[in-house]
Ligand binder design. Structure first.
Ligand code: MN
Length: 412
């Protein structure tokens, strides 16, 4: 039977051939004589205790081999396309804490790789491959500014190592999803969409924000087998909805939801290392006020305009402009802004504190929205040859949201 991984009945079976295909795509971009070496994640203890954070594998490592265990290395010989997994050699007595330890043969079967050895054998095995150069991973995450952790093992200084070639190649390959990866994306976005719907049915004034977070986590894990969410849940209500990454340790989704609040919930499950990232915004009591409808529909209008325009070949900054133009037009129609939209865009692109901008705002109307919070609509979509396929399936229009929150089961 072909090796695969799932979290049991009802959850998606991820074939290990998904990762083998990623390796094939990588080999096609590299040269014989090069050997790729990646170091997987290490477990991180809570300070000086013997308790560890729930382990999450490093993303590039996952992409290359799908191995979930900590403390591993992985090598790919470009010349032969052969794959080598290196696992920690753990003392037999660890079985008291960890249960039966997997053997090299077990790992080979589980992950469908060519060879499995212990980490302490890595130098010898790689020497045997006689590589011209080892390619290690080093490069920036453009969101965080942090750098991928480069593989280091005892004896690596006896090899020629290049840490510049690999990162941009894999980073680019990860942007384009294979059909196998698309299936996992579709699954995790479906699970996360359903979890958002459960939250919408549950949310109401009088609950704490974190209770909504809890419903999301429960659905993703209990129903979808997602042990992780992709990021800390952002469950802002009222003015908290204006804080981009609300939900952090100092503000742990800990406000009481008030009558009249808008909720902005940005949450996504994670399955086999593949992430969903979805935001739903809705009134806590299930019914939009005219002001809430105005702001919400401006954002929805922008979302629709981008989905309409996005296709292969368009520029990312242009999608930003499409969204801005759509929102400005809508807010002008709603009486919040006045004047020419094209002129507003030019001005918005210029110096932020330009007092000239002021003339576009109807300040009496704008002041009414102070403390409103914010609206965000976030979908996970696939760019196809013909445009966009939206994987996100949640109530989106004002009518859909109101109907769903009143009569739940009707939204299919
Ligand atoms: Mn998000």
């Amino acid at each position: 039977m072909a090796a695969s991984w799932s979290m049991g009945p009802g959850t998606l079976e991820v074939p290990m051939s998904l990762f083998a295909k990623n390796r094939t795509r990588l080999v096609e971009k590299l040269k014989p004589g090069q050997v790729v070496v990646l170091q997987g994640g290490e477990s991180i203890p809570h300070y000086d205790t013997d308790i560890e954070y729930v382990f999450r594998q490093e993303a590039y490592f996952t992409w290359l081999c799908g191995v979930r265990e900590e403390g591993c290395f992985f090598a790919l010989d470009v010349g032969t396309s052969k794959s080598y997994l290196f696992i920690p050699r753990l003392p037999k007595e660890y079985e008291v804490w960890m249960g039966k330890l997997h053997t090299c043969e077990d790992f080979k079967r589980m992950y469908a790789v060519d060879e499995v050895h212990y980490v302490d054998e890595i130098q010898t095995i790689l020497k045997g491959l006689n590589p011209d150069v080892l390619l290690t991973l080093s490069g920036p995450n453009t969101d965080s500014g942090l750098t991928a952790k480069e593989a280091v093992f005892e004896g690596i200084d006896e090899f020629k190592v290049d840490n510049e070639i690999l990162f941009p190649v894999i980073a680019e390959l990860r942007v384009i999803k294979t059909p196998e990866e698309i299936e996992v994306m579709r699954y995790v976005v479906k699970v996360s969409s359903d979890a958002h719907k459960q939250v919408m049915l549950f949310a109401k004034p009088g609950l704490m924000e974190y209770q909504c977070e809890s419903i999301f986590l429960d659905h993703c894990y209990r129903v979808g087998g997602c042990r992780h969410v992709s990021y800390t849940c952002i469950c802002g209500s009222g003015h908290n909805a204006a804080t981009l990454h609300y939900g952090h340790a100092g503000a742990p989704n800990s406000k009481l939801i008030q009558p009249g609040d808008m909720c902005l919930f940005d949450m996504g499950g994670n399955y086999a290392g593949y992430a969903a990232d979805i935001t739903c915004s809705f009134p806590a009591n299930g019914k939009f006020t005219p002001d809430q409808k105005l702001i919400y529909e401006a954002v929805l209008f922008a979302r629709d305009a981008v989905i309409e325009a996005a296709r292969p070949g368009v520029m990312w900054p242009d999608m930003h402009l499409v969204a801005n133009r759509a929102m400005l037009e809508h807010l002008k129609k709603g009486g919040l802004l006045k004047g020419d939209v094209e002129e507003m865009i030019k001005l918005l692109n210029a110096a932020k504190n330009n007092p000239e901008q002021s003339k576009f705002f109807n300040w009496e109307v704008v002041d009414r929205f102070s403390g409103f919070g914010g609206v965000r609509i976030e979908d996970d979509v696939l760019i196809t040859e013909t445009g966009v396929e939206n994987f996100t399936f949640v109530p989106r229009t004002v009518a859909e949201i109101e109907d769903f929150m009143a009569n739940g089961a009707n939204f299919k």
